[in-house]
Design a protein around this ligand. Structure first.
Ligand code: SF4
Length: 328
């Protein structure tokens, strides 16, 4: 890790001023993602600006939905009664991630900004288009067993966001509030926040330099109250998803009225499947319907040699999650 100075920002204005003085400085909250990246020399910053004193806390009901401050921890959000009652899938996505120690430290803003676990990206001995644009992608014909099959390109097949929380946010139409260095705020749907790799995989989000995530807002919906997050991983104690599904269903009289579907572990970004949702709505809540929707969700998959298994795994994960929603 490079040497760096550390400073606490007293206010949002102060944070913006500090960042303006040192444009290559980084904001730090829980530090569980950033310090990992710095230790691996994947990011180097001469200064870290601690933003924990900024007023980005609180979980409250607003006219737009449930508003969650970006500095709330994964544990506090996952266990909050309003989140558990109104968005069970969001709560589960947080509590199934990482370890209790990490969940107690990590902010949800930092969680949203996690970076890929692609082994070639994490090892500076290898070329990597995401780390050094134009250097190549050894994962295309190398070890790609845990990489993406949807939304990928010839430049990069990584799951840019490897976590769980943003998958649930994508399913339930979450909106991010961002604030730039001039204090101007804008609201961006989570599904528009991440960029697909195309031929610029080093550009991962639409966040501008110095811009901060202030809050996440989840609009209320019947399908969100009846929702679940199912995660399949190599070991149940602590691992990223090989495949996961965030689903919400509103079923009346045996017919699906509204549905939300997002997949994790298989997309270059948290993968909202509006195709699968269309295949579910208006249909009877049966296994045949779920299987048809799962096949639709994976229709555009572009698997490579070692991640071919993910097509069937993701389909089965989605079907099981939908069955869980209708079995009780
Ligand atoms: Fe880098 Fe993406 Fe290729 Fe991994 S898949 S080596 S992150 S370019």
């Amino acid at each position: 890790m490079n040497d760096f100075s550390y400073v606490q920002a007293a206010s949002t204005k102060d944070a913006a001023r500090l960042r303006k003085d040192t444009p290559t400085a980084a904001y730090i909250a829980g530090g569980t993602t950033l310090l990992d990246l710095m230790k691996a020399h994947l990011q180097e910053h001469p200064q870290l600006i601690d933003i924990n004193r900024l007023p980005f806390k609180g979980i409250e009901q607003t006219k737009d939905g449930l508003r969650i401050g970006a500095l709330e921890t994964m544990s506090d959000v996952g266990e909050h009664p309003l989140v558990v009652q109104q968005f069970p899938a969001v709560s589960q996505s947080l509590l199934l991630a990482a370890s209790p120690q990490l969940r107690n430290m990590a902010s949800i803003g930092g969680n949203i900004l996690q970076r890929t676990r692609c082994g070639y990206f994490r090892d500076p001995a290898f070329p990597c288009n995401k780390r050094i644009p134009g250097s190549g992608c050894p994962a295309l014909d190398g070890d790609n067993h845990n990489l993406a099959i949807l939304g990928v390109s010839d430049s990069c097949i990584a799951n840019s966001y490897p976590g769980d929380f943003s998958v649930a946010l994508a399913a339930f139409d979450a909106v991010l509030t961002l604030e730039n260095q001039k204090g101007r705020q804008r609201r961006v749907p989570l599904t528009d926040f991440y960029r697909l790799p195309g031929n610029t995989p080093h550009l991962e989000t639409i966040l501008e330099p110095g811009e901060l995530i202030v809050a996440v807002t989840l609009p209320p919906a019947a399908h969100a109250q009846r929702s679940t997050y199912l995660k399949v991983r190599e070991r149940s104690s602590y691992a990223y998803a090989l495949a996961s599904a965030a689903v919400g269903l509103d079923v009346q009289g045996g017919t699906i009225r509204t549905a939300r579907v997002a997949l994790g572990g298989v997309g270059a970004q948290p993968w909202r499947s509006r195709e699968a949702e269309r295949a579910l709505v208006g249909q009877p809540a049966t296994e045949a319907t779920f299987r048809a929707a799962a096949a639709t969700a994976l229709q555009g998959a572009q698997p490579r040699e070692h991640n071919r298994y993910k097509v069937e795994l993701a389909q089965n994960t989605l079907v099981r999650a939908l069955q869980q929603m209708t079995s009780s």
